[in-house]
Every structure is written in C-alpha cells, then in structure tokens.
Design a protein around this ligand. Sequence first.
Ligand code: 3PY
Ligand code: MG
Length: 253
Amino acid sequence: MKNKIKDKIKKEAVLGAFQGFNSPNMVEIIGYAGLDFIVFDSEHGYVTPETMENMVRAAECSRLTPFIRVPQNERQYILKALDIGALGIHVPMVNTRDDAEKAVYHAKYYPRGGRGLAFSQRSTCYGVGVDKRKYLEESNRETMVMVHLETRQAIENLPRILEVEGIDVLFIGPTDLAQSLGYYGDPGHEEVQTMITEAMGLIVETGKVPGVFIADSASASRWVELGARYIAGGVSGICAKAFLDFKDKFKQS
Ligand code: 3PY
Ligand code: MG
C-alpha cells in the first residue's frame, strides 16, 4: 500500500480535487486527466457508503490517490474512511492541539495511536494472505492526516497544532476562514489573504507542509511560491466553470 503523495510532496506540489457526489465515472475522468489525488467529501457532500467504496476503487484504477474528508473529527468516521481503503483523511475544523492529536490518534494504529483493528476489511485485503505486522507498519507509515485550519481559533492556535507529530498537511480552508473572520463569501479579502500568507510562513518555517483550497488553478502558483505543496479545488466548481466556458464559446453560425 504505497502512498505516492507522501513521497511526492517532499519534493513538489501535488494537485487534487474534492468530490462530494456519487460518481465513480467522474473519479476515473479526473484520474485519467492526471491529477494526483481526490478527496471524497463527506463533510459537505453526500457520497453514500456503497458508492464511496466504488469511488475508492475507481481512484485506484485510474492512479489517483484516494482520501476522504470525514464529516467531523470522530473515531467512527475516521475508522470507516480508512478501513474502506482511503490512504488518508481530511479532518474539518481542527481548532486546537487536542483536536489535532485526536485526529492523528484515530488514524494510526498502536503504538502511535488507537485506530481500531480488524483484518476483515477492504484496507487489509479482507485478511487474505495479509502479513499482519507488515500491514500495521505500512499503514502507519503511508496513511496521511490532513487537518483543516479554517477558523480564527485554529490560526491563533497554530503554533501548538504544529507541535503534534503525525500531521502530513496543514490544509487551509479559505471559505470557512473568511466567514470566521466576518467576511462571508469573500475569501479574497485582504485580511483573509494576509492571514493565510502568515500561516503558511509559520508552517513552512517549522518544516511542515501547508496546503490550501483554491477556486481556480491559476491562483495556485502564488501559494506554491509561498511553500504550499498540496493544492485542491472542487469538482463541482471546476465542472461549472468548464460548462459555462463551453456555453460561452458556443457560436451558432
Ligand atoms: C474551506 O474553504 O472552508 C474548505 O473547507 C475547503 O475545503
Ligand atoms: Mg471548510
């Protein structure tokens, strides 16, 4: 169970997308288009459990690394996301050091954490021919934890959140961050942008990896220059833009 994102972000920025609806076919299209990873969104989205499993399979078939954004930072969500075969989790609204510790604890097996263990699950090939010790070591090494920093409180607590071992990406959510600062629907506001820039500076300074959600890929280079190595957009937003463009360029004669 090699997680190619884990190695790649050490050297360069990776690109992915959040998908919050049922469609394994869409996952394959994104994979064949050459993105690095996909995040199935069960915080805002409504992916049903059976289709979630098939979307993880579709990602594997099309060389996309599958992650799942869990609805909230709770054991049962993190456990199911990983047991179904996601190679990492996105955890929304991580506001304190304790929140960050909790996310890592439920994503990692003993000795780092307390992830529940069952060899009957998809992630362990249903126990068929599995080398149990090797699986545990590999899983703890390859499973990624992405914590969402998306409130003023999270940014204020960033120095303490950064102390937690086992977080792979500190992912900034500009939409929620903007509303937490009072700028509803305006993540481009100067104060929000300054806060993101400063947070990224601190993350990079401590040798960790910042990530960020973007509305369009043209804006990514600015974050990459600041050290972000994990960039994601939203599938519906990307599709909506592509269809609007498709319609706008339609000429009848
Ligand atoms: C946000 O911008 O609030 C996000 O959660 C992006 O994923
Ligand atoms: Mg958010």
